[in-house]
Design a protein around this ligand. Sequence first.
Ligand code: BTN
Length: 328
Amino acid sequence: MTAPELVILRELLARPSDFVSGSALAGKLGMSRVGVWQHMRRLRAQGFGFDAVRSRGYRLARQPPGLNLLLVQAHLRPRFRRADVLCLAEVDSTNDEAERQLAAGRRAPFVVLARRQTLGRGRFGRIWHSADNGNLYASFAFRPRLEPGRMQTFTLWMGANLCELVANFCRVEPGIIWPNDLYFGDRKFGGMLTEARVDADQIRDLVFGLGLNVNSPPGSLPPPIAARATALADRIGRRLDFNRLTAAIIGRVLSAYELFVEDAHRDTFADLWNRFDLLRGRPVTLAQGGRRITGVAGGIDDEGSLLIRGANGRPQRFRAGEVTLEPG
Ligand code: BTN
């Protein structure tokens, strides 16, 4: 059964500028108007505010700032309303928490969200700065039972989906730097970290981690990162509705995952990737261990490997590494 507070929020969020009558809410909830009033009192205690006008009803006037589980749930599209979402004030790393929950037998899929991480991590064991500053730290846990080879394009597919979602949500065009960085122009605003446990030639546990700079104020990231990073709010010049964006991301990641496991993503993958690929046709350097390869990026192949055309004109394929764009 859906919690009454959630029903009330959904009704009020659906009509942001109208009043919803107490009797309409009471009818929806199958309870008295006094019952509705008691649930609204509980919402007030959690930081929500309402305009209440006699003979007109209620309107949502204030939402608690930052990540809020009720608001995320209220914004989820009907298809994803049963999604299992865990919302934490603080955690070491949402990826680690997702792994612990999987190991403890929690039913997948589920989502772990946190306001801050104390040990947020990125690729190559780097620190992912994770203060409680209006940014998103999310991990999605799955048990795909796919053979490991199928996973090579997983993060790329997710990245392209997230770019499309951000483009639609914010009306600005982001891009991807292969394989896992989300950019606006020359500044990074998001990163993905996919981790898997393999069991008898099948992926047993899969955790897809996403860090997205959403509302962090320009000065809130430490200096070396600040020079190369940006946040969505910075790009569009206003703060975003964090919980609505988070719900949209949850819906998109869960549906992209379903398409991926059903192998139903192949028709759209190349076009989606090409739309957001920031590297194609540009001079790049790929660092792979101690090796550095320079050339012009030529997109990806069917397996998600990066193609780089060197001085001899022949494309080489690379499965892993870190790319930097060269000027020119
Ligand atoms: C990268 O760009 O190197 C990937 C960064 C991934 C960061 C996210 S934040 C949520 C999840 N939990 C983590 O510890 N890391 C990922």
